[in-house]
Design a protein around this ligand. Structure first.
Ligand SMILES: [Fe+2]
Length: 296
């Protein structure tokens, strides 16, 4: 099978040393029905994650980037919030407060919230420093905390669509989405780039991974025009259509260490997080805004 070359699209930039050592590429995706999942151990039991019908999962044939691929992932000349991904590490002024809150015993999101509450004074200082930092990388538009999320360890793909589940669903009943875009009813494929980006900060004890496809929704739309009638294509069915017609388009995987953050236009590209291989709870803080790291 021939290897599909990546196009120039959503690049990656970072001030971290040896950034390309933390980035890998694969040969595309498989439909979840052809995918051998990894077992999750949770609360004494274990289960295999379920997926929504249209979920596609990156293949596991990860390898380091070639010279051409590194070139291709170089950020575009004009860094905009919608055309690049940034990987960075929190400044010491924020980390020093975070280090004083112990999350090591946390098994659930409630435990994490309780840890913040128990350390009220530190949490307030953390908030203050974090806001200063976020202001320094944000343009004039306001940003806001979207959520503190937790994910189980050893999850190949972390995003899950709980809106399709009954109330009081169990952990085992969750259905994971696979690679997806975060578009909403307010967006069209050619407007997703106008909705800013997000910053996701890793507060957990272990590194996690951010996986993504380096194409904007406009690029995806243009590629699909060659394969299908796109009159009914929208932000909800675009992932399924793309992966059906282009299963060999490579996925990029970025390692996000403890206290590191990524900034990504998640409405404008297919992506997900992964905790595969981890053993402790994954904890993140996510803010929505218009973050731009070019001045750092
Ligand atoms: Fe997402």
């Amino acid at each position: 099978m021939s290897i599909t070359a990546i196009k120039k699209g959503i690049g990656i930039h970072s001030n971290l040393p040896n950034i390309f050592e933390n980035i890998q590429i694969n040969s595309g995706v498989v439909h979840h029905s052809e995918h051998r999942g990894s077992k999750i151990t949770y609360g004494g039991g274990s289960f295999l994650p379920l997926y929504i019908d249209e979920a596609y999962i990156p293949k596991r044939d990860w390898k380091m980037l070639s010279k051409n691929e590194k070139q291709c992932l170089h950020p575009q000349a004009k860094l905009k919030d919608h055309n690049n991904i940034y990987l960075g590490e929190l400044p010491e002024s924020v980390k020093k407060h975070l280090k004083r809150i112990d999350f090591s015993h946390c098994k659930t999101r409630e435990d994490v919230i309780e840890s913040f509450a128990k350390n009220q004074e530190v949490t307030e200082k953390l908030n203050e420093e974090l806001n200063k930092f976020l202001n320094s990388i944000s343009n004039s538009k306001p940003f806001h905390l979207n959520c503190i999320t937790t994910n189980l360890p050893n999850l190949e793909m972390v995003a899950c669509d709980i809106s399709r589940l009954p109330e009081n669903f169990t952990v085992e009943e969750r259905k994971y989405m696979g690679l997806h875009n975060d578009g909403t009813k307010f967006m069209k494929l050619h407007t997703t780039y106008k909705f800013g980006n997000r910053i996701c900060i890793n507060l957990g004890a272990e590194a996690r991974h951010f996986v993504y496809v380096n194409l904007s929704m406009i690029q995806v739309h243009n590629m699909l025009k060659k394969k299908m009638d796109t009159s009914k294509l929208n932000v909800y069915n675009v992932a399924e259509c793309f992966f059906k017609y282009y299963p060999n388009y490579p996925v990029i995987k970025i390692k996000q260490g403890r206290y590191q953050y990524y900034i990504a236009p998640t409405d404008n590209c297919f992506h997900d997080g992964s905790t595969l291989g981890n053993t402790s709870l994954d904890i993140n803080m996510v803010y929505f805004g218009n973050f731009n790291h070019q001045n750092h």
